[in-house]
Design a protein around this ligand. Sequence first.
Ligand SMILES: [Mn+2]
Length: 314
Amino acid sequence: MQDNAFTAQDLHGKSSDRTFAGALSFARRPYSKDVSKADAVVWGIPLDTATSNRPGARFGPRGIRAASAIMDNDPQYPFGAYIFDELSVVDYGDCHLGYARQGETAQMIVEQAEAIINAPNAPYLMSLGGDHFVTGALLKAHAAKFGPLSLVQFDAHQDTWDDGGTFAVDHGAFITTAVREGWIDPGKSIQIGIRTHAPEDFGIEIIDGLTLDTMDVEAIAERIYERTGGTNVYMTFDIDCLDPAYAPGTGTPVSGGPSTATTLRLLRACKNLQVVGSDVVEVAPAYDHAEITSIAGSTIAMYMLGNLWERRRG
Ligand SMILES: [Mn+2]
């Protein structure tokens, strides 16, 4: 049947939707607010009012979903299997936000995220931004459940700017808040691809963009495993980690980042991390060309689910 996003009878399996047609959800997974049978939940957070430069990431979830349509009907590369036959995934739709109520934004995200991850079956939550501020709220929700998290952050930016002592609605300051509030353990956290300077690093390890370019993927992964030491990891992927050649459609692009291929190899090398939640943020389709960035974002998101599928089947 057409339109698997709302006609599916089961959370598993593939759709028969043509790539160019049908109702869009992430990889044609069924839309549902019932997560009780889901191993993983995909959720959009269409917010871009925390951006310091170009807005537009509020259209990120829509762009990623559209680009993910092609990922459904064939086995997912490079996993060599149809991962959704075993991994049950629902698309929960988008976070409800009041764009004019900035002061309530964080709490709205936190409460809705908690409703998902604290369901009795404890589904894995993969969120689609939105600007990077959403990750602050997601860290708060996950830390309330799992305790202080080891953060693995792919990004051109440290996001450690002054938050003014509050949980500021700022996509460049949420790390400051997360460290102060104890949502992340900076001693077990690592940032990959950084190529800007912020005044603070809070002791978080950094593999900067130019250094990354000299390292092989296995060596980078080893540093990530050593740093996180088998603890609960939250993985956040700011699409501006990629070089603008591979991800032009984002709000704050910075030259000198890795290619999509290198990044995907790195994500595969990280498959044994104990990732308890993840997100892909800062995809801004208005600046994109030929869906380059949305395709990259949807592929990174699919790798996150593929790694989860592989980890769960042992
Ligand atoms: Mn960034």
